[in-house]
Unconditional design. Structure first.
Length: 354
């Protein structure tokens, strides 16, 4: 059931993106050949006001085909008439709006979901966000995203909700003695006993744990909308910085790519969130939605941001980039994205068997 929930959730995010392109194109009177839910093979379809609305067999989001979006030929190779229905005939500012409308919808979806989370609130949990290699925590097979629901040393016990400062104090007091941790990992509750270190390596704590407190205090309706908006902005800012930092590290420190999660990794993380609770799953969906928005805005071929960059070049030079050049650029970008996806997917699968 969790897997079905994950597929539906991720598909909705993709569909929301395509709805943005669709609605903006219709608003400007640009022709839309087809709006599809899922991907072919087609199950059925119905034409209405010049647009084919279809339901397809592969339930992974959807797609929209805009007349002239990919040049002056349709999918059958026939020349598309240059008129008001043709995307490439539109003013540049209209084409930019249509291209970024999908991104805007993902941001709006993230804001709505975050606002809903603030309305219901999320219980505070002491979360393990990182485990140092060769540390007591790593040896005990403690994993990132585990929740610490109980910590015991001698006669002292901390129970959920545990504050970071209280946990650190308990660990310092224990020194080299054993600490027993009760962890929640998805739906499973496990117990681990660790021996602390007085002189850990630089940058590590006694147990080798990186900690964070997850949870959201319940807000009023309007307060939720405001906090949802500010939180969305913070995530956009941090995600953007993170993407550019990742790009730099790909070239300066290639080993960092191992930390990137691909489609399989996202499904695994989403399942963990769904196991913990539906609200945590919603939080993750909002994060993914905003990540999709930022990723699509990158000035990279085959992405919305890359197509906006081509329009900026068209504006500067006074004429469109030739269709042949656009085709080569988009093809190169597409193959690079596929290669990267295959690489991170291979990493995700490898991690599953470790």
């Amino acid at each position: 059931m969790d897997i079905v929930l994950i597929i539906v959730g991720l598909s909705v995010l993709i569909l929301v993106h395509e709805i943005g392109h669709f609605v903006s194109a219709k608003f400007f009177g640009i022709g839309v050949e087809e709006f599809g839910i899922g991907f072919p093979p087609r199950i059925f379809g119905k034409k209405y006001k010049g647009t084919l609305y279809s339901v397809n067999a592969l339930p992974f989001g959807g797609f929209v085909k805009i007349i002239g979006e990919d040049g002056d030929e349709n999918e059958k190779g026939n020349e598309i008439k240059k008129d008001s229905l043709n995307f490439s005939s539109q003013k540049i500012w209209k084409r930019v709006i249509v291209l970024v409308a999908g991104v805007s919808m993902n941001i709006i979806a993230g804001w709505i979901i975050f606002s809903a989370v603030f309305m219901v609130g999320v219980p505070t949990k002491l979360t393990i966000i990182d485990v140092s290699s060769n540390s007591p925590a790593a040896i005990a097979d403690i994993k990132a995203n585990d929740f610490i629901v109980k910590a015991t040393y001698s006669t002292k016990t901390l129970e959920d909700p545990i504050q970071t400062k209280d946990f650190i104090s308990l660990v310092k007091e224990a020194g080299e003695n054993n600490i027993t941790l009760t962890l929640q990992r998805g739906k499973e509750v496990i117990e681990k006993t660790l021996q602390g270190r007085i002189h850990p390596p630089e940058g590590q704590g006694s147990l080798g744990l990186g900690l964070g407190e997850s949870g959201v205090e319940r807000k009023s309706f309007f307060g939720s909308l405001w906090y949802g908006a500010t939180y969305t902005w913070d995530i956009i800012r941090m995600t953007t910085i993170g993407f550019f930092d990742l790009i730099v590290k790909i070239f300066s420190a290639p080993g960092m790519v191992k930390n990137v999660a691909g489609p399989v990794g996202i499904v695994v993380i989403a399942k963990q969130a769904a196991d913990i609770g539906f609200v945590y799953f919603l939080q993750l969906l909002a994060l993914i939605s905003i990540n999709l928005a930022v990723l699509n805005l990158l000035p990279f071929p085959a992405l919305d941001g890359g197509r906006v960059l081509l329009l900026a070049i068209e504006k500067i030079k006074g004429s469109p980039v030739s269709l042949r050049v656009q085709s080569y650029i988009n093809m190169a970008g597409f193959f690079l994205l596929i290669a990267l996806m295959l690489f991170v997917t291979f990493q995700d699968v490898t991690k599953l068997f470790k």
